[in-house]
Design a protein around this ligand. Structure first.
Ligand code: NAP
Length: 544
């Protein structure tokens, strides 16, 4: 039913059909809870549906960046590379949707625009951009952490004579840059992956860098049968171990301080990790994210590597990250990023020294010079963690809007619920490990916890669950306190909201670690959900 008539009724409404939405539909079905998902795109996959830019690839190994809840799924799927590229991950998401027969419960090309808590009915009334009105007992936001692509406020963008792209909203048919003059603005993870690939096609590539980032070579390569089988033979134990790790990724975390070993030993450890590739570089020593002196040893090592990779010392100097501890901004992983700046048709513009003043019809004006371009690629990031949630006009108890509740920054209990918003759950929300972790591991843990709480309510006949302001205040304080013990707040990162002018600045994800966080959540569930209030009323029914 659409329009202003009686709204459609459903027990649970999921927003988003990325990995979180897919697993939710599967679990809810298993509980006998009628659920549907709304998805803005015309396919499943979330992040991997939208981010189709050249070179898009996961920086968690394929054998670990996949669902662990089903032995059949993990045995039957074969990855072709150590780090899977976007098309393969999207194919995997589609496989999961088909294998579990989830598509029939997903409404594609449908964006939720508002969600209002109806006190009398104890239900959410959700409206969409297609005019649908849906009444749902449970509302679960599986909206992703990096879903609101953001163009910067540079004047003149609309007057540009060529083509404009954002890495986070890439055209489905791909883009052929052959023979073109291409400008890339930004040097975060997306740009660092895209630049080497675009450079292979473009006649001329100009990269506009405001802040250099630390990037580690991925050493990506074809998946070997041996390596895949090592994992597949031992999947249950390995998945269980990964779930207890700080990042939800199984790798060797050296328990030793970087400052406790002689220089030669330290260097050997960094060299080994650099040669192995990937983000495990940051696990070289135990205190790289908590002790600045220790961190400096890793940062110095990577700066030295950059100097060695880039032939022109002046260009190398511009590429050296100096304004934040390594890892305090999301560490990047690349394939031949620094080497790309040795190519004769690639130019680096230091935007700090030559600020971008405007986009002209011909190209990008920076430091008084115009850099002509046929295409501009904005790799300028996202309104992370909160942008997509706040884009929906959400009103909880007493008409309280989420935008008001989060005016000073996001406040949640465990990143799972927000006081004043009953029966509304966030998956990998701010205040949970989310973006500091292997997202699929965190998604599974969140979905399991939410579904277990629903099963608990089914058993006890509670129709409404909410968190208390006190539990939320305590959790927010804990999240801040733990973050302050690390080097993370020392970087102006999107983790802090620093990339969006006017966004409140506080460290959004929970740095306590995936294993610790899981244990806390499990204890809360086992202890009868302290910090949450249940209202007995109309029994939550399996289907309405
Ligand atoms: P990002 O990390 O936020 O990077 C945006 C870049 O654009 C930064 O270099 C930023 O410079 C620059 N920028 C923004 N506004 C600008 C302006 N007005 N003028 C000049 N430069 C400007 O975004 P992202 O690269 O899309 O990555 C976002 C996150 O997505 C990553 O951190 C990661 O979590 C995830 N991701 C992961 C992978 C992977 O798994 N390998 C790949 C891609 C993305 P400043 O730093 O100075 O603000």
């Amino acid at each position: 039913m659409s329009g202003n008539g009686t709204p459609e009724r459903i027990e649970a409404l999921v927003i988003g059909a990325g990995f979180a939405g897919l697993y939710l539909l599967h679990r809810l079905r298993g509980l006998g809870i009628a659920a549907i998902a709304l998805e803005a795109g015309d396919g499943v996959g979330g992040t991997w549906y939208w981010n189709r830019y050249p070179g898009a690839r996961c920086d968690v190994e394929s054998m670990q960046y996949s669902f662990g809840f089903s032995e059949e799924l993990q045995q039957e799927w074969n990855w072709s590379e150590r780090f899977a590229g976007q098309p393969e991950i999207l194919a995997y998401a589609n496989h999961v949707a088909d294998r579990l027969d989830l598509r029939r419960d997903i409404s594609f090309k449908t964006r939720a625009t508002s969600a209002v808590w109806d006190e009398a009915a104890a239900r959410w009334l959700v409206e969409t951009d297609t005019g649908r009105r849906i009444s749902a007992r449970q509302l679960i936001l599986a909206t992703g952490c990096l879903s609101s692509a953001r163009l910067p406020d540079i004047p003149g963008i609309e007057g540009f004579g060529g083509a404009i792209y954002h890495t986070g909203q890439w055209p489905h048919g791909g883009v052929d840059f052959t023979g073109q003059r291409v400008a890339v603005i930004g040097t975060g993870s997306s740009a660092i992956q895209a630049i080497p690939v675009i450079a292979k096609q473009a006649a001329q590539l100009t990269v506009f860098q405001r802040t250099p980032n630390f990037s580690i070579p991925s050493r990506n390569g074809p998946m070997t049968e041996d390596y895949a089988q090592t994992w597949k033979r031992d999947y249950p134990a390995r998945r269980a171990a990964a779930r207890q790790m700080r990042t939800g990724i199984l790798y060797h975390l050296n328990p030793v301080s970087a400052l406790a070993v002689p220089e030669a030993e330290r260097r050997a450890e960094y060299e080994a990790r650099w040669a192995a590739g990937g983000t495990a570089f940051m696990a070289a020593f135990s205190d790289l994210l908590t002790n600045r002196e220790a961190n400096d040893t890793a940062a110095d090592f990577v700066r030295e590597k950059i100097r060695g990779l880039v032939h022109d010392p002046e260009v190398a100097e511009i590429l050296l990250p100096r304004n934040h501890p390594i890892g305090a901004k999301r560490i990047c992983v690349d394939t031949a990023y620094y080497e790309t700046f040795n190519l004769p048709h690639v130019t680096l513009v230091d935007v700090r020294r030559n600020p971008i003043s405007r986009i002209t019809p011909e190209g990008v004006e920076a430091g008084g010079a115009t850099h002509a371009a046929d295409s501009i690629v904005f790799a300028t990031g996202f309104d992370a963690m909160t942008g997509t949630i706040l884009a929906i006009d959400i009103r909880g108890r007493g008409g309280l809007s989420m935008r008001e509740a989060w005016a000073e920054g996001p406040r949640t209990h465990l990143g799972l619920m927000v006081a004043g918003f009953p029966n509304l759950f966030l998956i990998t929300g701010p205040g949970s490990p989310s973006v500091l972790s292997n997202m699929i591991v965190s998604i599974e843990q969140h979905v399991d916890w939410v579904c277990d709480s629903l099963a608990h309510r089914q058993r006890h006949g509670f129709s409404v669950m909410e968190t208390t302001p006190k539990a939320q205040d305590d959790w927010v304080a804990h999240v801040n306190e733990v973050a302050q013990r690390t080097l993370y707040p020392q970087a102006n990162s999107w983790y802090m909201g620093a990339n969006i002018p006017g966004k409140p600045q506080l460290f959004m994800p929970y740095v306590g670690g995936v294993g610790t966080y899981r244990q806390l959540c499990d204890e809360i569930a086992a202890g009868g959900y302290p910090g949450f209030v249940f209202t007995a009323g109309e029994q939550v029914r399996a289907a309405e």
